[in-house]
Design a protein around this ligand. Structure first.
Ligand code: FAD
Ligand code: SF4
Ligand code: SF4
Length: 477
């Protein structure tokens, strides 16, 4: 009887792709993990126990058919693995790189629960699609029919692009509007290259362009074109504008020079990686070189800022967070990477104020964790008399993002929003309160993840196809 290629987790230990040495990583913005060699990808895929009820799949927002593409990889049938993987995920190589797998698929792998170490699902997913690109298995977008209906998509982030891909494949005429000069949204200008190299994103942008999606870049909706104009031009509209209003710091001195927003800091750094002229970087305003940097926040954006500052040659980099390590929202894997690279975490600490017209120091208050609140999270409480000053030449605020007031900004009546300012949309169809207008990604969910934006974009595209199809039928009757 042929040997079962799977269930090898008992004898084969979990092994991630090789991670570059921290001293080398600090010197550039390249990704930190190497690619699996073919034999290693096969070996790691073969650890899967092919669960009848695969919790990995149910905890993947795209419900990727993980057991099947792991088995095909283990059997060396990579092209088939790729076909299955891309059927549910528009950008598998991107998710394989940047999904917080420890909270999604891998965190729910039964092998992890049984103490053997999770199957390295994300790394295998990345390997499959990177190989598919190398081998020419990723086919251009070529609709079998051209349809007359047009869709306007506002926002070229993962939500907008996932929808554009699906709609264009169905033959619709798709125009994507974005205020930036490059597509990709936060995948291009937010997430640093050491997590997601930029050519991986640009390759996808090109695929969409070559497939007939029209991009109108440097176009700020609400300024360069009105929302009503876009609505009048298209049979349906998708809003996928993300959330960009940074939460701010309070306290004396919080307006001092040298205190900057994380999104501005990361965008400048990403633009430098593209070779763009960035005056705020050249002037030193958004450059950490030679500075004592303090980043405030404990989420993934804060992790990206501290690790960027290290690579820019900061003298020291500290991350201030008001809870402790176990209660931070950012990924534990990223904290470990940051520590390896030389970042110091100052847990249970919050800023009280800032000294200097150009910032010189952060007044820090120490905290302890008190009783849990209604959400079950322990509330940080002040420890009286524990204040001290942390020297700083650059302070980066990474406290999270909120939605802009789109109905007001765009002068749109009848576009309903929630009490948090996110757009109200049906959770299955993503239809908003306006006829023919849909919304997807962070602008609906609040700051979330690329994989959720992809799911929303795909679902919204399906609902739009349904909508324009019905409208065409009514028009023909
Ligand atoms: P976005 O990616 O924000 O794209 C929105 C697009 O709309 C942008 O291109 C913007 O320019 C455009 N736009 C906005 N307003 C207008 C307008 N008026 N006119 C024209 N265009 C407009 N997620 C992960 O899964 N893994 C990670 O590791 C990760 N790291 C992150 C790191 C950082 C620093 C940040 C900020 C976020 C990170 N995220 C991560 C979250 C993830 O990037 C977002 O959840 C995701 O990009 C949301 O996709 P989206 O399409 O809704 O919006
Ligand atoms: Fe895991 Fe993300 Fe891939 Fe789903 S898309 S299998 S959550 S890495
Ligand atoms: Fe394989 Fe783990 Fe998924 Fe089970 S939960 S099918 S072992 S990857």
């Amino acid at each position: 009887m042929a040997e079962n290629p799977m269930l090898k987790f008992v004898n084969v230990p979990r092994d991630m792709p090789e991670k570059r040495d921290a001293s080398q990583r600090r010197e550039d913005f390249n990704e930190i993990y190497a690619e699996y060699a073919d034999a290693k990808a096969k070996e790691q895929a073969s650890r899967c126990s092919q669960c009848g009820v695969p919790y990995c799949q149910s905890h993947c927002p795209l419900h990727n058919n993980i057991p099947d593409w792991l088995m095909l990889t283990a059997e060396g049938r990579l092209q088939e693995a790729y076909e299955i993987s891309q059927a549910t995920n528009t950008f598998p190589e991107i998710c394989g790189r940047i999904c917080p797998q420890d909270r999604l698929c891998e965190g729910n792998c039964v092998i992890e629960q049984s103490g053997h170490g999770t199957v390295t699902i994300g790394s295998v997913e990345k390997y499959i699609t990177d190989t598919a690109w190398e081998e020419g298995w990723v086919k251009p977008i070529k609709p079998s029919v051209e349809r007359p209906e047009t869709v306007g998509i506002i926002g070229a982030g993962p939500g907008g692009l996932a929808a554009a891909d699906r709609l264009r494949r169905a033959g619709l005429q798709v125009t994507v509007y974005d205020r930036y000069d490059r597509s990709g949204g936060l995948m291009t200008y937010g997430i640093p290259g050491f997590k997601l190299e930029k050519d991986v994103v640009m390759r996808r942008n090109k695929q969409l362009e070559d497939g007939g999606v029209t991009f109108v870049l440097n176009c700020d909706v609400g300024k360069d074109i009105t929302f009503d104009e876009i609505r009048a031009k298209h049979d349906a509209v998708l809003i996928a504008t993300g959330v960009y209003k940074s939460r701010d710091l309070q306290g004396p001195g919080s307006g001092a020079a040298g205190i900057v927003r994380a999104i501005d800091y990361l965008t400048a750094s990403n633009r430098k990686s593209f070779g763009d002229e960035v005056p705020e970087f050249e002037s030193g305003e958004l450059n950490a070189e030679g500075k004592r940097v303090v980043v405030i926040g404990g989420g993934d954006t804060a992790m990206d800022c501290v690790r960027t500052a290290i690579r820019q040659g900061a003298e020291s980099v500290k991350c201030l967070y008001r809870r402790d390590r176990a209660n931070m929202p950012g990924s534990q894997r990223e904290v470990q990477n940051a520590e390896e690279e030389g970042v110091e975490f100052v847990w249970l600490s919050a800023p009280k104020g800032f000294s200097g017209d150009t910032v010189e120091g952060v007044m820090v208050q120490k905290m302890r964790l008190g009783a849990p609140d209604a959400t079950g999270r322990q509330v940080p409480e002040l420890i009286e008399g524990s204040d001290y000053v942390e020297d700083a030449d650059l302070v980066i605020k990474a406290l999270g993002f909120e939605p802009e007031d789109l109905p007001k900004l765009w002068g749109v009546d009848g576009l309903d929003v929630t009490r948090w300012g996110t757009i109200k949309a049906d959770f299955r169809t993503h239809a908003t309160s306006l006829d023919g207008v849909y919304a997807a990604g962070d602008i609906v969910r609040g700051a979330s993840l690329v994989v959720w934006a992809i799911r929303d974009g795909r679902e919204a595209a399906d609902a739009i196809l349904d909508y324009v199809g019905k409208a065409a039928k009514v028009a023909a009757e």
